[in-house]
Write a protein that binds this ligand. Sequence first.
Ligand SMILES: [Cu+2]
Length: 477
Amino acid sequence: MVRLPVPVLSRRRFAQFGAAACGLAVLGRPARAPAAEPGAQSIKLRAAPTRVRLLPDEFPETDVWTYDGAEPGPTLHVQQNVPLSVAVENALPEATTVHWHGVRVPNAMDGVPGLTQPAIKPGEAFTYAFTPPDAGTFLYHSHADSLAQVGRGLAGALIVGEAAPPKVDRELVWVVQDWRLTPNGSIAPGFGNRMEAAMSGRVGNTVTINGRVTDAIPVRAGARVRLRIINAATGRLMRLAFAGHQPVVIARDGQPCDPHEPADGRLLLGPAMRADIMLDMAAEPGSRHAITDDFYGDELAYALTELVYDPGPPVRAHALDAPVRLRPNPLAEPDLASAVRHDIAIAGGMMSGMGMMGGMGMMRRRATWAINGVSMTGDGQKDMPPLFTIPRGRSCVLALNNETAWWHPMHLHGHSFRVLMRNGVGVPHREWGDTVLLAPRERAEIAFVADNPGDWMFHCHVTDHQMTGLMGVIRVA
Ligand SMILES: [Cu+2]
């Protein structure tokens, strides 16, 4: 069993932050107002350095990089099947792009520097234009100098509304981010540490919900809440337990699934993964219930936040009797009988037999990881030969084999896929996704229809792993 190289959330480390230590947590502020007028679907985003408050009031503010001065970036509420344009202005000291994670955009709008567009230079602008085909919970983030840019805060929620959303009393969007802060509240230097890159990636010491460490989420007994949780961390995995509550997952990575309670009642989310859950507030008025993350074991478990019930009477006597199943998005069902099949071997990292790694690929700069023996490093590279080409319109099965001792949330751009099997066993609940989380040594099979032409990134979303080689290109032509 692999242990994390450093304790990331010990009490001692936390004590540096005093009150922040007991929470790390954060409050779900209500989702920010749409940046666009309803129906306009024309949005402007300005990427720029900003100073914001992540920590409680008694601690210093933090210099971050933001979209529109907000940390995280403003939650963008848009409509399915309605053209959207987002004009991005770069006021950062370096080039950037925006990637619309999970949205099946045209290739030229995918925001991968070198591969799909030249990066937006400082002082320049680029307008992304696409029509969101799927309703759901998505994420936008920088795909240039990704480790530092996303690590400094360049991420936000993109919510594509359903035509007929399920009935709830309240909807919350939580962009959960992980920061490595120094005692004076600034972002710790050292992005791209080689040792960390060969292990778990850069994991921080402060977890925020919607940009703030906060202890409590006020709720009303009897209410039904739809919670859209986005793991916007660059390295931290989360396994969330909702004490006293039974979350029901209704969508993963923006794609509706059979409503189900997660395994062990705990919600596992790797970087860039999302879940929509329904939470019935079934506990007593005046009670408090922690939402804890124990992914890194009991010693490093912490309370992300607490549900704090209003002492007033329940808003209804019995749980809301309304369906929670979402209507599926228009995804083509892969035809497994005629599918092309490709094997993907993921190798590298510490304790993974790096001696086995060889060949031209590993000679590339900073390579620590490889896909099928080839390491593509950084954010994206021009003229990178694809791992393979899938004929447009064909169904494809990818058999992923994680030969390493580390977790990898593998993300395919431009498509959503079905997760068919894990270690040879069928996956229930009609699970679609754009990011499949592989445990150490785990195998998984995913399938999709390659109906979106172009050169698409396929990479690990632990950003340190991506930057050091766990990335490749899949061509659909
Ligand atoms: Cu990885």
